[in-house]
Design a binder for this molecule. Sequence first.
Ligand code: ATR
Length: 289
Amino acid sequence: MTKFKMSVNGETKVYGIIGDPVEHTISPFLHNSAFKAAGLNSVYVPFWVTPKKLPQAVDGLRSLGVQGFNVIIPHKVTILQLLDDIDHSVRRIGAVNTVKNENGKLKGYNTDGVGALKALEEANIKLQGKAIILGAGGAARAIAFTLTKHVDEIVIYNRTETRALDLSSELSKSSRIPITGKKLDFQLSSEKLGDGDIIINTTSLGMYPDVNSSPIDPNVINSNITVFDIVYTPYKTKLLKEAEARGAKTVPGVNMLVYQAIKSFKIWTERSVEDKVFFKAAMSALERH
Ligand code: ATR
């Protein structure tokens, strides 16, 4: 754990994260380390907010002058209608993961898409060909919308098929590449997945404590595929281990977490802190998982 002396006083600015559940998040480690590195008198705390309490919580955060907050499961889409303004990234993606309090008005942003893109670029992954996205939730939306500009085809597989179909038809409206939605099931054949250039898992399968689960049969993975799992607890998920064993390139989810956090931090504070501060905080937080 990154150790630092924190002193909260009457001038401390408060930031946070809302979710249900929220206790698994490691974002407080990242942002509090960055505040310290930037010499800012600010603190980032978790808020457990159930869907029923979301409207009151958002009003409360606004009234209390909380300067900014992240939004996670399951509020990324439902929070849209409760905000005063949204950034162009949200207009396109339709999901919010970052909110900034601008003089009492709450403005929503999305940094998940750019975070995922940066994670792939930094891992030297050539984005081209066919992208297979597993899951159709908030994170899948952000990644899919971002990838439409970089790949030639997208296929979205989801447990609830209708969500995959809805997301793919929504994406198709503003994109010229073929985008299809299908039912995700573990037994998907290699003919279906094996011709993908990149497989991105956005489902929670494999996330702690469900560490022995994986969304797909490992036999569909070959050495020509890149596998990116946005789950970051554990650092190396079962899917990533199986992909590595089959010679595939892999990208761990913590990289996306860090790059989306760096972007959120910049939106809130207009300050930049070295990437390594965020990575160090993330890695030491994960060691404790
Ligand atoms: P996020 O904002 O992180 O994307 P979300 O919007 O709640 O979270 O989406 C979670 C995704 O994980 C969904 O695609 C969900 O599938 P459903 O639409 O069928 O619910 C997927 N998911 C969660 N648990 C799953 C499981 N046990 N098996 C397969 N998919 C699962």
